[in-house]
Design a binder for this molecule. Sequence first.
Ligand SMILES: O=C(O)c1cc(C(=O)O)c2c(n1)C(=O)C(=O)c1cc(C(=O)O)[nH]c1-2
Length: 254
Amino acid sequence: MAEKLAPWSREEFEAKLREKGKGYHIYHPIHVLMYEGKLTQQQMQAWVANRYYYQIAIPMKDAAILSNCPDREIRRGWIQRIFDHDGSGAIAEGGEGGIEAWIHLGAAVGLSREDVTSLKLVAPGTKFAVDAYINFAKQRSWQESVCSSLTELFAPHIHQQRIDSWPSMYPWINAEGMQYFKNRLTQARRDVEQGLQVTLDYFSQSREMQMRALEILQFKLDVLWVMADAIMLQSADIKVEGRDYLRQPVMNVS
Ligand SMILES: O=C(O)c1cc(C(=O)O)c2c(n1)C(=O)C(=O)c1cc(C(=O)O)[nH]c1-2
């Protein structure tokens, strides 16, 4: 029988998790083109409208984690994520939350509130991918679901890229639309600290569990990748026998 491998040290395990960043959606063609300023307004609209479906799923996913977690200390930290996205307190005091900020991003790229919130522009592939993420959190242990949030390790970089490149690459986007990304820079770093501690503690019990954590992170990378595929296809200019590929032409926005 093969000898049982000892668990990696915490440092080695964290390094393995971070290595997974090589498969982050920052390297997906649609995000590379976005960074290079090569997306049209219509493609930017498709991206924002599709990503809204992810934004509204995040607090539902986090509520599922809370509902499975018997540890009060963890819940006290985790609940902040729901406030961050749904908002808390008075809007005037900056408590509007990330979902509202995303709707402002929609306005900044030329989408009405209704265009965004009706979900009429969301591609089927985006729905399947995001729903898989919510279902994962409903069905798996809270520690596994916490681990699946760790793509956030890599998110501050992609948010910073957008903050840096959009003003010059897409000067037509209203600067107020960037607020979501600015807020996330600090929020994501704080989130990651908690998510990483839980993952390093829980999964370091054995090498098998550490490997399992890497697989979970890969699942989440796949969710983001498939979403990017779906958005790219939806906004591609592909014609099949003279017909538009698009099932729901993005240009139909009011
Ligand atoms: O813009 C992005 O590329 C991006 C990616 C991710 C991610 O890696 O899951 C998140 C976010 N943004 C984000 O803004 C966010 O609030 C967030 C929460 C989570 C999560 O899994 O709990 N991921 C992400």
